[in-house]
Design a protein around this ligand. Structure first.
Ligand code: IMP
Length: 423
């Protein structure tokens, strides 16, 4: 069955591990948005892998991984990632990695302007400084360099010159920087382009005849970082929601039956922006430490908070989710009390519908007792402590979506399947 998997919070929901698990039943695994702002971690028995661009399905034999047209590609990062995989003995060839000729390329000026804008602006976003926003900006301004241009020397030279003609004065006048010399950028990047070239193809044409295969679409970031549905302006610059899977991949003929949402058993956020259930003090320290809540891409400490069911319910609607996966349940193990946000309050009034803005929102909580036990070695849902099951069952009832899997530890196999009638 064709499946799309997306994050239901602010990213870092543990999607990498779940994708790695679901890959077993998929033939083709597709990234459809974002770039190397993402960091999907998979821990196998030999090694820890952090994927920024290549779908984590590459770890499995006989799978095809696709970087779709909605992804922005930093060629240096892509080639590094390929090198790391090859060194670990994983085969990456033009047979198991296909990159759309429509992807936009992240150039050095995108990365630099990303940092400079953050320094200059009053309203900072807290970006990953990977050049994501500036690259998407060029895409909609119709001056971006696409993969198809990048691998063609003449077309690349023409587009790069045209971009530098416009961008260098901006670097100089607005930011007091030197700007970029055509020759040094061109000479370095044309070599990278030749290395990327074998993987590039027309995704739509290539897969049109493979519609009988099982496709798995791997979302990056999370619903509230979506450019439209998220907590704008503190969002990323792409459409991260499930409905973009087909457009962003270039595979509009695929029928998506299963729409999986992944949420952590608590909430985290990196970068700026409102976060109603945000914690501080000892519980924050505990969650950061126990949950390893430090960015896989930037190493930044993640902000942590209690689970917010108002947010999750909204994300389920936006993505039309029909299956839920909860990760990091084990992290809550040592707490004697756990809180869950059920409603919001603004200016002393209860907020019933999802508000336009999460600024100045106060959470209203229900409290649960913790289970105070290590659950990472438990192998079935029925063996979980009753208090942990109460927590999950409450979530399922409130959200009106079945929980299918629960991740209870870092390792690949520390995952429980929950059958529909188990409680
Ligand atoms: P950008 O995508 O680098 O422009 O960053 C915009 C916002 O999205 C910032 O708050 C980042 O911290 C956040 N962000 C981007 N990618 C991820 C991710 O993979 N996980 C969590 N947050 C992310």
């Amino acid at each position: 069955m064709n499946t799309v998997l997306v994050g239901l919070q602010w990213g870092d929901e543990g999607k990498g591990k779940i994708i790695d698990y679901l890959c077993r039943d998929a033939d083709i695994i597709v990234r459809f948005q974002g770039g190397n702002n993402a960091g999907h971690t998979v821990i196998t028995n030999q090694k820890k892998f952090v994927f920024h661009l290549i779908p984590s399905g590459i770890l499995h034999k006989n799978k095809i991984c696709v970087i779709g047209q909605g992804v922005v590609v930093d060629p240096e990062v892509l080639l590094d990632e390929i090198e790391i995989l090859k060194k670990a003995g994983i085969s990456v060839t033009s047979k198991n990695l296909k990159i759309s000729n429509f992807c936009h390329i992240i150039m050095p000026y995108h990365r630099i302007i990303d940092s400079l804008r953050e320094q200059k602006r009053v309203q900072k976003i807290g970006t990953t400084k990977r050049g994501i926003g500036p690259c998407y900006k060029d895409r909609v301004s119709r001056c971006g360099i696409r993969m198809g241009d990048f691998i063609n020397k003449d077309s690349f030279a023409f587009k790069l010159k045209d971009n530098l003609r416009e961008k260098n004065p901006i670097f100089k006048d607005a930011y007091g920087q030197k700007g970029f010399k055509f020759n040094s950028v061109y000479n370095k990047y044309k070599k990278l382009a030749q290395k990327v070239k074998p993987f590039v193809c027309d995704i739509t044409d290539y897969f049109y005849k493979k519609q009988d295969k099982n496709f798995l679409f791997e979302g990056a970031q999370g619903t509230f970082l979506d450019i439209d549905a998220g907590t704008y302006p503190f969002v990323t610059s792409s459409s991260v929601v499930a409905s973009n899977a087909l457009l962003g991949s270039g595979l509009p003929f695929i029928n998506l039956k299963k729409r999986i949402g992944v949420a952590k058993a608590y909430t985290t956020r990196v970068g700026e922006g409102p976060f109603p259930t945000e914690l501080s003090g000892k519980i924050l320290d505990y969650l950061q430490e126990e949950g390893g809540e430090f960015g896989a891409t930037t190493g930044r400490p993640r902000r942590c908070g209690w689970l917010d069911l108002v947010l999750l319910k909204r994300a389920i609607k936006i993505n039309n989710i029909n299956t839920l996966i909860i990760t990091k349940l084990d992290v809550l193990g040592n707490l004697d009390k756990i809180k869950v946000c059920l409603k919001y309050k603004k200016n002393k009034k209860i907020v019933k519908n999802f508000p336009y803005s999460l600024e100045n929102i106060k959470p209203i909580y229900k409290e649960f007792k913790g289970w105070e036990k290590d659950i990472s070695k438990i192998k079935s849902f029925t063996k979980l402590p009753k208090k942990a099951k109460d927590y999950l069952n409450f979530m399922e009832k409130y959200l009106e979506v079945s929980i299918n899997f629960i991740s209870v530890g870092k390792d690949r196999e520390e995952i429980l399947k929950k059958r529909r009638r188990e409680s």
